[in-house]
Design a protein around this ligand. Structure first.
Ligand code: CDP
Ligand code: MG
Length: 692
């Protein structure tokens, strides 16, 4: 045992000894409630519990999941063995017993709704069953995922099970990354990518089956896909549609797809004990850390899954946990910390699926991705702070923001269920049972009802769907949001005043980007600066992970960053400066280190840029550089703006634009609109500055 300096500390470490701190419930039936006792603590309380000791928290980095083909006999034997093992494993999944029944149903019906507990094998097995039954002889099998990481990781798993190289028979396609080939029969892809495929192939002729997976997530793209696949299924009777979902409210999907039959896969589900905190937690990050340590020190073996809202939180907790467990002493098991979020590099993602070494415990720090999209084996404990990041949209201003919000009851129950897949589990909710009962909504509002629709409207218009009001939405978006999207696209000259797609709009639709960025690229033709503008668009597409700001070197990092702003240029030009400077060093990694730039993000930007260059060719825009004319570049950037001008609050961080450019760039809009109505501000000619 570790030595405690404070005799009380031991009890503090054990919430289950200190039962008064928790109310205990069992899913379905309320079990016990303990008396109360004020349980004040801070995370620092526990720091002294751990004596200095050996530093045993290893950050084991697992190399990529892809193996190079090797003619070495030993290697082949090993591969064969792995394949055989995996084949046996496949037969243990709950779905396996229903294989033939399911295939029969697919043969009989054109559309089926499939419902099954997470981990039952829907995503990995159904496409393989269809392949084995001969469907891939008639066309590809598509399986859509709301998240990139899920598409990649599931494709990797299935290619392993089939013993083929990833990207050959089994591949994946996500934005800016196409890992498929001529050979590909089973294609995992994000729902957004399938949506884009409609642009090139409106009847999805090259597919024999489309499986819209994780339908319960109701992402914007999934909702639009529903309407499109329902439509094409009418004139393509040979196309099979599978709508699969992890939750039981499948009737809604069935109703929407003209009373399609529902196929239920009874899952294995072990009881899960749900624990609530007695009082609301002021700081869920701190509470999550303490709970993880408590579980680690007091609970029997089994891995821990913590649900967090995003990369930043995950990195913070990762760091703190590593720090706190340093010096735990050899009597306490090793705690392996595995983060998983959308932007985590592929080679690190595989780590969460590696079996936990004997005697160690794994703690997976995950975003919502682990709620239903990814099945992680071996989880026995779930820590649920009760929050997720969710996009919200104000149609009045046209502004979108990501906010941390309480989850729904449906989500909370999905999360709890992750602990009971392979045996009885425990879920620690960092909120009270009162919160659960009274504050959480039953279900999450579908994304289509809380997002900017400009992108979707542009895609639908380019698919020839003009009558958006009568589009067959499962849940229609608010008409205010539709109107705002039309107005934005009009301001960007993507639509004319009759709401029809213009040539500009058609070109914009070719780019898998936000319409503002696509417009900026299309406009760069006129200002002869496409070379610079695609660099900027690529850098913006990477997100805000370009600059690295370590806690102990913030001043240095900030100074390095300021160098790119020389001449008081705005953010966009600064990003261009970063990209060009990196290019001048021949894409040097060392240069990135010296300038506090994340080399990984830069590589991704370069990759995206290559693809945007290819798309420029497709819309017949020449690559031309106009590096010395900053005004030209800024004008192209301004073209990508759509009437949402704000007066400058923070002048160092924005690209400066001259108000008369607005009239030059978008006269149709600036003569027509009194922008004040929509809460945005039209700037009088020649006055002040506006922010982009
Ligand atoms: O889609 P569903 O939640 O029904 O299950 P699945 O994703 O097909 O997962 C079935 C099983 O495949 C899981 O229990 C995991 O054991 C395994 N799997 C894996 O090991 N690695 C992955 N990347 C995905 C699945
Ligand atoms: Mg799945």
């Amino acid at each position: 045992m570790q030595r405690y300096k404070d005799p009380e500390a031991r009890d503090k470490m054990n919430p289950f000894a200190e039962q008064e701190a928790w109310e205990e419930h069992q899913i379905g039936k309320s079990k016990l409630q303990f008396g109360s006792k004020d349980r004040k603590r801070s995370s620092d309380d526990y720091q002294y519990v751990f004596e200095d000791g050996i530093d045993f928290v290893k950050s084991s980095v697992i190399e990529g999941t892809q193996h190079e083909e090797d003619s070495d006999q030993e290697d082949i034997d090993e591969k064969d063995m792995l394949k055989r093992e995996l084949q046996d494993e496949r037969k243990t999944l709950p779905i396996y017993k229903f294989r033939d029944e399911l295939l029969k149903a697919v043969e009989e019906y054109q559309v089926i709704v499939i419902v099954g507990e997470t981990g039952s094998g829907k995503t990995t097995q159904i496409p393989q069953y269809l392949h084995e039954a001969g469907y891939t002889a008639k066309g590809k099998v598509a399986c859509t995922q709301p998240r990139r990481v899920a598409a990649m990781s599931v494709a990797a798993r299935v290619s392993q099970e089939m013993g083929v190289k990833l990207g050959h028979e089994v591949g994946y396609s996500i934005r800016f990354e196409d890992c498929t080939s001529e050979k590909t029969l089973i294609k995992y892809m994000t729902d957004g990518m399938l949506l884009r495929e409609f642009l090139g192939e409106p009847d999805l002729a090259s597919y024999s089956v489309v499986m819209v997976d994780e339908a319960h997530e109701r992402t914007l793209s999934t909702d639009i896909l529903f309407g499109l696949v329902k439509d094409i299924s009418r004139f393509r009777p040979d196309l099979k549609l599978l709508i699969s979902s992890a939750t039981l409210d499948a009737e809604k999907f069935s109703d929407y797809f003209d009373s399609a039959p529902i196929f239920k896969i009874p899952g294995r589900r072990y009881p899960v004990e749900v624990h609530y905190t007695k009082a609301p937690e002021a700081d869920y990050i701190d509470a999550a850390i303490v709970t993880v340590l408590q579980i680690h020190v007091t609970q029997p073996p089994g891995d821990i899954l913590v649900f967090l809202t995003g990369q930043e939180e995950i990195e913070t907790i990762d760091e703190i946990l590593k720090h706190r467990t340093r010096g735990l002493g050899t009597k306490i098991a090793e705690l392996l910390i595995c983060p998983i979020y959308a932007n985590l590099p592929t080679e690190l993602q595989a780590k969460i699926f590696e079996p936990t070494p004997e005697g160690a415990r794994k703690v997976v720090l995950a975003t919502n991705i682990a709620e239903t999209s990814l099945t992680i084996d071996g989880i026995k404990y779930v820590v649920d702070p009760g929050f997720c990041k969710i996009k919200s949209y104000n149609p009045r201003t046209g502004m979108e923001s990501l906010l941390i919000n309480p989850i729904s009851k449906a989500s909370a129950n999905q999360r709890a269920g992750r602990s009971g897949r392979t045996g009885p589990g425990k879920c620690f909710r960092l909120y009270t049972s009162y919160n659960y009962m009274h504050d959480l909504e039953d279900n999450t509002v579908p994304e289509i009802q809380r997002t900017n629709l400009a992108n979707v409207v542009l895609t639908l218009k380019s698919l020839g769907i003009h009558d958006l009001v009568n589009f067959d939405f499962m849940d229609p978006p608010p008409s205010e949001a539709l109107l705002k999207a039309l107005e934005q696209l009009f301001a960007l000259s993507a639509l004319n005043s009759r709401g029809e797609l213009t040539k500009t709009g058609r070109r914009m639709a070719e780019f898998p980007l936000d319409p503002m960025l696509s417009k900026m690229i299309v406009a760069s033709e006129k200002y002869k600066c496409s070379d610079e503008v695609i660099s900027i668009a690529s850098m913006l597409s990477v997100g805000n992970s370009i600059f690295y700001r370590p806690k102990d070197k913030q001043v240095h990092a900030d100074n390095a960053r300021l160098n790119f702003h020389t001449g008081n240029v705005g953010d966009h030009i600064a990003l261009l400066n970063v990209y060009n400077s990196w290019k001048e060093t021949d894409y040097s990694t060392q240069w990135c280190y010296e300038n506090y730039i994340q080399v990984r993000s830069m590589k991704r930007a370069r990759d995206i840029r290559d693809q945007l260059e290819g798309l420029l060719e497709r819309v017949e825009i020449e690559i031309s550089s106009n590096a010395s004319d900053l005004d030209a570049i800024k004008k192209a950037i301004t073209s990508g703006k759509n009437g949402s001008y704000r007066t400058v609050k923070n002048p160092q961080t924005v690209t400066e634009l001259k108000p008369d450019w607005l009239v030059e760039i978008a006269p149709h809009y600036y003569q027509l609109k009194d922008v004040d109505d929509t809460g945005t501000k039209k700037l009088p000619k020649g006055q002040g500055r506006a922010a982009l």
